[in-house]
Every structure is written in C-alpha cells, then in structure tokens.
Design a protein around this ligand. Sequence first.
Ligand SMILES: Nc1nc2c(ncn2[C@@H]2O[C@H](COP(=O)(O)OP(=O)(O)OP(=O)(O)O)[C@@H](O)[C@H]2O)c(=O)[nH]1
Ligand SMILES: [Mg+2]
Length: 387
Amino acid sequence: MTPQFEAQRQRYEDAESLEQKITELEKLIALAPHHKGAVKMVSDYRKKLARHKAELEKKKEIERVRRSSGGEEGAIRKEGAGQVCLVGMTKSGKSTLINAVTNANLAVGDYPFTTTVPTPAMMTFENINIQMIELPGIFEGSYDTSIGRQSLALARGADCIVILVDLSQDVEQQMHVVLGEIERARIRLNREKSAVRVERVGMGGQMVYGAQNYQGDIVEVYEYLRARRVVNVIVRFQKPATFQQFIDALDTSVAYVRALIVATKGDLTGSSTRYEQLKAEYGSRFEVVPISAVRGENLEAMKWALYNHLDILRIYTKVPGKKPETKPIVLPEGAIVEDAARKIHKQLFVERFRSAIILRQNDKIKRRQVGLNYPLQDGDVLQLLHR
Ligand SMILES: Nc1nc2c(ncn2[C@@H]2O[C@H](COP(=O)(O)OP(=O)(O)OP(=O)(O)O)[C@@H](O)[C@H]2O)c(=O)[nH]1
Ligand SMILES: [Mg+2]
C-alpha cells in the first residue's frame, strides 16, 4: 500500500455523506495496487461501492416519491431490523394478522376500510424487532387517490411487501387488483435488478453487451434508446433479461422490493382449494404461506418467511471471557466483518483493528481468526480485538 492509498482510505472512512463516500471510494479504487494480493481487497471495495450507490439511488427514489405524494405526512419512520408492509384488499384480514403477531390492538371490523391510514406495529421475532405496517385496503384505482398513493409510496420504500390474500374470496381477483396497483406505483416485486446494467456515458454511442442474454430481438433495445434520445450509453445484459427489465434498468424511478404472499383465513371452507390455486398460479414468483390468524395457525412459519425475505444477518458480539450478547446487531446480507466493526465502534475496531474471531456453533470449524474483509453469516458470534 502506498502512503497515498492510505491517505485516501482515511478520506473515504471520514466521509460523512453517501455522495462523498462514493466519490472517495472511487478515488480509492483507482489508487489500489494491481498485484495479485490486492485482488480480493479491490473486489470488496467494488462491492461496497455498488452498495453505496444502490443506497443512494433508493434514497433519491424515496425522496422523489415523497415529493410527488405530497410531502412527509405519509412517511413512517423505519424502526427495528426491517420494515414490512401489508398490502391487500379491504377485509382481507390485515389488522387481525397484525394483532395476532404483535402487542397492537388494531380495530377489526366487519365493514370495509376499518383501517383508514397506514398503521405501524412492532413484531418481536427471535431476538429482533420487525416493523409491520398495515396499509389501507387496496382497490382498483387506489393509486389515483391521495391515501392510496401515500400507502403505495410507503410500500415502495419497505424492505418487504406482504401481499395478504383472503382464502375465503376469489384469489385471482385479489391478486389482479393488488398487483395492478403495485405495478402502477412503479414497484417491481422479486425482480433482480442486476440482470441488466445501464450506464450513461459522455460519449461512445450506444454500446450493448451480452446481447445473447436478451430475450427478444436486440433491435428493439436500440429502437427504444433512440426513441428516448439516449445517445451515449452502455447496456450490459448480465443475465437473461426481458424488455421490461431493460426499461426498468434505464428508469431510476422504479423500486425493487422483495415480496411474498400470505394466504389467510385458512380456517374457512373452500380455503384449501383456493390455496392450491394460488400456489399453482403464483408459487413460482412468490413464496405462499397459508395461515389462519384467528386460530393462530402457522404463524411461526410465516414469521420465519418474513425474516428470510428481509435478507439480514444477526451478529452477536462477544467480549473475551464473557458470554455473547443476547441482542444481535443486524446487518444486510453480504456484510463483512468491517461492516460489523464499523457499527460497533469505528475508531476502535476498524482503525485500530487487530483481528477478529468468529465462532460458529454448527460449523466444522467452530472458531476462526479472520480479517476485516471476511463475510459474515447469520448467527455468527464475533469477537473483535484492537491494537
Ligand atoms: N375466519 C377468519 N376470519 C378472519 C381471519 N382474519 C380476519 N378475519 C375476519 O375478517 C374480517 C376483516 O378483518 P380485518 O383484520 O379487519 O381486515 P383488514 O384487512 O384489516 O380490513 P380493513 O382494515 O377494513 O381494510 C373480520 O371480520 C375478521 O374477523 C381469519 O384468519 N379467519
Ligand atoms: Mg384493518
């Protein structure tokens, strides 16, 4: 490492805003040594850069939606390890479900639209908190109303969307309405963003790579770019991708959110047939979890499914000679030791990092000494040592 590199690393670490971090990290990567030993480090920095950028983009999108949906009033502050929005038609059982898994006592009515505004509650699961938000019932045209727009704006920024389907009613009709409004709100569910990458450049014309991955006639891609007057651009099809995915990649106002279907009222007649229908129809795109909120059936499995859709890791810190903490720190999937160290105490454990020890109960190697770039796993016990 050159002193120049070290100085830049410091500048990156001291950067306060996301924008600043991105700029400094880009400079850092440019200064990185090219020898073999540095490959892993550079690749980790690149990953981090991508994460910063995604975060920034998401922030901007949320900001944009907030502006177009009439200000801050609709926003609910994120709390806990993740935010889950319940989206379903009125009387689908959203409040009943939230009451069954939290301490909340939301009004449950036998008439439509009992819940009129987005309503949060906290669910404790294992040893973390997950925020559950009931959105007012969705109907065809919701997105044209101000409360509907506000609700869907919340869903957009959520970490996970639960589509709540009432198994005592026509399931196809419910899915049609809910997916339709979600689509209009420019939310894409369970779609991986990285199949197509679009980079606008200053010059060079239209460059398309990986055309063999494009599912369609590549001519329509060039056509579309011309129509949108995108003159200088690099498009990379990194995985099999459709035209819609290409358009989405070009359009930064589209939000990508993880989602699953919770099918409720499994205690009522006809529910098993409708559940089978739902699974056959949507099972390849969404995990479908059947429950009965009034009977409290299958709620544990539902909580696990929610947890898994949040893509988070729980890390338990440990001081030498003591038992691990019972409350974990929560990090996004893909996080490395450094991300945990930064969250605990940057000055101490990142800048003066000496080594880290990871304890994995259910692993062949139960104790390993690792560096800052080591990827973490859910449930890891982490002991950090500083100079
Ligand atoms: N049998 C049965 N009934 C349920 C279940 N969950 C909810 N219900 C009933 O469905 C009706 C609507 O429930 P809510 O929880 O108020 O539904 P919601 O989706 O919050 O409805 P709104 O807020 O009005 O849009 C109530 O009569 C509930 O008792 C269930 O698991 N089984
Ligand atoms: Mg309700």
